[in-house]
Design a protein around this ligand. Structure first.
Ligand code: PRX
Length: 651
């Protein structure tokens, strides 16, 4: 059960304000709050004209659209009659001018490097697109992608987009079980993967996981394997295809499939408040517009930028801000395969110095980890190429924001704290670095055309300074269109809190100046190290273990990860709690979902606090996990003794 707005207390008071540096503002795309306000007003007054104009400027259209928006709440169709192709927008249209410009600057964890120009990337994409066609992949077919952070991940995505296939990228850190569940839900026909990837000096056993997943993925006809770590051989059998063999000999010309605007582009699974991940469905033109426009405005892109977003392609940030956004804008994007601190704590800073990166976009959890490692590591490297810093994934605490600005940005780079979600497709609330005076820890204001409102459960705006629920009250082009295979869940999850208005699941407040401050999730979803996890997913993994009878998983504030996972577990009759069993359960969750979901703490309990109707009172467990006295209303609690026992149980 989500907290009610009255329970969302805001504790932050932050008074520092940093106006955009003058020299930065002078050259920026949007040069001051007046410009921002003008765009905002224009978009608010005539949204269809505003978005229609942007779509015509931003994208190449094979056939123009006539209708900007067809909105039958909660279903939107954007740029209805138009036809376009996202791979064409990322590659072909740049080719005359940018053929020899680096599109991707790649560095593998072991130190291998590749510089791939727009011309080369385009040829690679076309060969893979033809390769996919030769396997029988057609427009609308789903293709799974389970790859490390190597250029081939971008090639795979773009090749799908080129032929109108729908990609579903699964993060390489997910387990065989998680991969299997996603491939089956999407009904993927082909999976593009690798033997392994490098992480912290070790091989991530992708092929091993794929082989295990294949035991129960009836829809998968072919698995294409890229050689990356060369530690295992590709199995023999008609299902298996070597990547190199597939693309070799294919033509580097492939006519793009001119798809209708609303043709599905990708499915990306994300956690919700139930145990089953949701396949967030994005379509072509609206998503493309959102990714392209926000990359240019929020990062204030210039032609000569070397842009580095550290996200993995397995997350939406990797989709919009490693691959599609930067490539649509024709900049050079850095792609790094491995861990931020391998082989040493200064790997990121070494990369910035080597590639002369001008923009860095990363997550608060990484920033906090770097803070802990000490200033001496970034100080060893020349970071003077940087001109802008971005943050995404969770609220950034003002201390980390200041450290980022001062130590990494040398006090001269604006910091953009960008709020958005897998479902929103692109950045929604963020400073525009040449316009917005920033406050450490605030995502500042919604972008033009984005109607973000903080409301109570009855739909009434909450006064400034008071916490409430964050809604987006008007449709926007890059919004999700559905939950794949479960349209009813789309309506229930996002549009049932207040019909017709999109519920983000986040709490927020505005301050006296109207700045937005995000306050974290209000549903049973937690944000661990920048990744969204449904506590119900972890619970159902635990309950699937033979020795577990019941479990409740909650978040506890954690300096480094933002939130740590605490699992309360009751065991089946006759099973004795032991430290070994805790390890066994933690390993079990890793196997079921992946290491990101491994509980930080497991507590055995005789019973869990429940309401009289049998609902677990997670609110009380959150207090217990945080070492606080359980507060608030316990009148519906069935057995007070359970709570007393839990508070004592801190072995
Ligand atoms: O709670 C918000 C948090 O991350 C959630 C979205 O997670 P996901 O779909 O995995 O996408 C992550 C990358 C966009 C949001 O509901 N979140 C994301 N960015 C911020 C944030 N919370 C506060 N400030 C942010 N800048």
């Amino acid at each position: 059960m989500a907290d009610t707005p009255q329970e969302i207390h805001s504790v932050l008071t932050e008074a520092r304000v940093f106006p955009p540096p003058e020299a930065f503002a002078r050259r920026a795309h949007i040069r001051g709050m007046q410009d921002y306000q003008r765009l905002w007003d224009e978009a608010a007054k005539a949204p269809e004209k505003y978005w229609g104009d942007r779509a015509r400027e931003e994208l190449y259209w094979k056939e123009p659209f006539q209708t900007v928006l067809d909105w039958k709440p909660p279903h939107a169709r954007w740029f209805v009659e138009g036809r376009t192709n996202l791979a064409y927008n990322c590659l072909d249209r740049h080719l005359p001018a940018l053929k020899d410009k680096p599109a991707i600057l790649f560095e593998g964890e072991p130190g291998d490097r590749r510089r791939i120009t727009y011309g080369e990337l385009s040829a690679e994409v076309n060969r893979m697109a033809n390769g996919l066609k030769s396997l029988g992949v057609r427009k609308g077919d789903r293709v799974g992608i389970y790859l490390p952070m190597v250029p081939e991940a971008a090639v795979a995505m773009l090749a799908c987009a080129r032929i109108g296939a729908v990609h579903s990228v699964v993060f390489g850190g997910f387990s065989a079980e998680a991969l299997q569940e996603r491939m089956n839900d999407a009904g993927a026909r082909v999976l593009l993967t690798a033997d392994g990837g490098w992480r912290k000096g070790a091989v991530v056993p992708l092929l091993k996981n794929v082989t295990a997943a294949l035991a129960n993925t009836p829809s998968l006809e072919k698995v294409v394997v890229l050689k990356r770590t060369a530690d295992v051989a590709i199995p023999s059998g008609s299902k298996w295809v070597a990547w190199d063999a597939l693309v070799q000999g294919q033509s580097d010309v492939c006519e793009p499939e001119w798809v209708e605007s609303e043709h599905p582009l990708f499915i990306l699974y994300t956690s919700g408040s139930t145990g089953k991940p949701k396949g967030v469905l994005h379509t072509t033109a609206g998503y493309a517009l959102g990714a392209s426009l926000t990359t240019r405005w929020v990062f204030d892109l210039r032609e000569d930028d070397v842009y580095w977003c550290t996200a993995d392609v397995g997350w939406v940030t990797g989709h919009s801000y490693v691959v599609y956004g930067p490539l649509m804008n024709g900049v050079s994007t850095v792609m790094y395969e491995g861990a931020p601190t391998h082989p040493g704590p200064d790997r990121f800073w070494e990369l910035i110095a080597r590639y002369k990166a001008t923009i860095l976009y990363t997550a608060p959890t990484a920033i906090r980890a770097f803070m802990r490692l000490g200033e001496e590591h970034p100080r060893k490297h020349d970071l003077s190429s940087l001109r802008l810093l971005g943050s995404v994934g969770e609220p950034i605490n003002p201390e980390a924001w200041m450290w980022y600005r001062d130590v990494i940005g040398g006090g001269r780079c604006p910091v953009v704290d960008t709020w958005w979600q897998t479902e929103t497709g692109s950045i929604m609330i963020s400073p525009l670095p040449g316009a917005t005076p920033t406050k450490p820890g605030s995502a500042t204001f919604p972008l033009p055309g984005i109607h973000a409102e903080i409301l109570d459960r009855a739909g009434k705006p909450v006064p400034r300074g008071q916490g409430g629920l964050l809604f987006i009250t008007k449709p926007w082009p890059s919004m999700l269109r559905s939950v794949y295979g479960d349209p009813e869940r789309y309506v229930r999850t996002y549009f049932s809190e207040l019909p017709g208005r999109y519920f983000t699941g986040d709490g927020a407040r505005t301050d006296q100046d109207g700045y937005f401050w995000l306050m974290g999730r209000v549903d049973d979803v937690v944000n661990v190290a920048g990744h969204r996890l449904g506590t119900a997913e972890v619970e159902s993994a635990l309950v699937a273990h033979a020795k577990v009878s019941e479990s409740a998983v909650v978040g506890r504030p954690d300096d480094l990860k933002g939130t740590a996972l605490v699992a309360f577990v009751t065991l089946k009759a006759g099973i004795r709690p032991s430290p070994e069993l805790k390890k066994e359960l933690a390993a079990h969750v890793s196997k079921e979902i992946g290491a990101i979901a491994r509980p930080d703490e497991i507590r055995f309990a005789e019973g869990l606090p429940k309401t009289r109707s049998g609902k677990i009172m997670r609110r009380l467990l959150r207090d217990v996990a945080a070492g606080k006295q359980a507060t608030g209303d316990t009148t519906t609690l069935e057995d007070l003794n359970v709570l007393a026992a839990l508070s004592q149980n801190d072995e």
